[in-house]
Design a protein around this ligand. Structure first.
Ligand SMILES: Nc1ncnc2c1ncn2[C@@H]1O[C@H](COP(=O)(O)OP(=O)(O)O)[C@@H](O)[C@H]1O
Ligand SMILES: [Mg+2]
Length: 395
């Protein structure tokens, strides 16, 4: 097992869980109190008040439930969770879309806005235009579980890197900046690797700045994964009622990643130097955080290959719950948790345990469900009917 959780960590795990619970009691809650959409997906114009901590959008298929969650998520992360291009989000025939939300954190309220046209994206906070899109990050603290989340576990490493990237982008401007630097220096080094005639010096000049960015990215991903790996196994056991042990580990390009960022720079410099010839032959940088993975195991075996689909799904839910805790701790705010169509994904036991586990950890719970699944989920808050591009409160 890559991380010696079972043998040494029981005591620390309990202490950690205690402090995590205590600190969460003092955490402020985040809520979306108003949502406004113009020409977003199938919505021409939507004005919606959300006045409870628990909201369920209920409706039959293709009525626009997931699109509502997508809009909220977009404001939090400036990305669509559906891997959609921005222009796909434009209502057919429109040339501009807007998403606005009034959010509440403790007693503070803020109006976040994002507009997209073919000219690009613009964001504003309380009516003031921001110079950079990243200024929106971290304001609406948000977490999401969807049906497609299973791909995070079953799919390629890119999906799991994305999981880490989206999470860290919400808590660490340092991470966002380092990722930007890593991407641009990688592009430069790759271009130099492919240049004719080949000039090793032109490749080498990018290696020190690339190593600096890689070191920052790796250190933050490593500590995040370590933190999640304290929480997720416990949550997995809680939801499944089983003794199976879920474990997480960060698989980096260099051997020892549990070091401060400054001490990771040199190993990366050496890695790039060592691989220069091979990278030259391949035409790109073959090793680095751009290829890393988050390894998931159940009782020591690869979760992707040996666990049942049900177990994989529960592992993903546990990861998302751990993420909500993580966000709570690092932002001082219990996040808004978006849960898309989960009833169709989980068995009765897990469904009935999920919402109570979530209620403790999140500021607001926004759920979508088919009308037939409402009872199984045990929704306590307001139910809103989604039909013909209209959303109307029913309870
Ligand atoms: N850009 C768009 N413009 C207009 N309609 C869209 C656009 N994107 C998706 N749709 C429509 O939205 C509907 C799906 O919405 P969705 O939020 O996924 O519904 P639900 O989650 O209730 O099944 C589909 O009917 C689809 O055709
Ligand atoms: Mg849907």
């Amino acid at each position: 097992m890559p991380y010696p959780y079972k043998t040494t960590d029981n005591y620390y795990q309990r202490v950690f869980a205690y402090f995590a619970t205590v600190s969460l009691c003092y955490t402020r809650r985040m809520r979306v109190v108003k949502l406004e959409l113009d020409h977003f997906r199938l919505y021409e114009r939507l004005r919606l008040e959300l006045d409870t901590d628990e909201v369920c959008f209920s409706g039959i298929n293709a009525t626009g439930k997931t699109s509502l969650l997508e809009a909220i998520y977009y404001l939090g992360t400036v990305r669509s969770f559906r891997f959609a291009e921005d222009r796909d989000l434009l209502r057919h025939g429109a040339n501009l879309f807007a998403i606005r939300a009034e959010i509440e954190r403790a007693d503070e309220r803020q109006m976040l806005a994002l507009t997209y046209s073919r000219g690009g994206k613009q964001v504003a906070v309380d009516g003031e235009r921001c110079t950079r899109l990243s200024e929106l990050l971290g304001r609406l603290v948000v977490c999401l579980f969807t049906v497609e989340d299973l791909d995070t576990i079953r799919g390629s490493a890119a999906r799991r890197r994305r999981f880490m990237d989206l999470l860290l982008a919400q808590v660490s401007p340092v991470y966002t900046k380092a990722m930007g630097e890593m991407t641009s220096t990688l592009r430069q080094r790759n271009a130099a690797l492919r240049a004719e005639p080949f000039d090793p010096v032109a490749v080498a000049v990018w290696e020190a700045p690339l190593a600096r960015a890689c070191a920052a990215v790796t250190a933050l991903r490593r500590s995040t994964v370590d933190e999640l790996s304290h929480l997720a196994p416990q949550l997995f056991a809680e939801l499944s009622g089983s003794q199976h042990h879920l474990a997480l580990d960060y698989e980096g390009a260099i051997e020892e990643t549990r070091l401060p960022a400054e001490q990771l720079e040199e190993p990366f410099v050496q890695l790039f130097r060592k691989n220069r010839e091979r990278d030259r032959r391949r035409g790109y940088t073959t090793k680095g955080p751009q290829r890393d993975d988050l390894a998931l195991t159940l009782d020591g075996s690869d979760l992707r290959r040996y666990a049942s689909r049900g177990q994989q799904r529960l592992a993903m839910v546990a990861l998302r719950l751990a993420e909500a805790d993580f966000l709570g701790r690092h932002t001082g705010t219990k996040p808004v948790f978006l849960l898309d169509d989960v009833a169709s994904e989980l068995d009765d036991t897990a469904s009935s345990r999920l919402l109570p586990a979530l209620r403790e950890r999140v500021g607001q719970l926004i759920v979508t469900a088919l009308p037939d699944d409402l009872d199984r989920l045990g929704i306590q808050g307001r139910i809103m009917q989604v039909e013909d591009f209209q959303v109307t409160p029913t309870t």
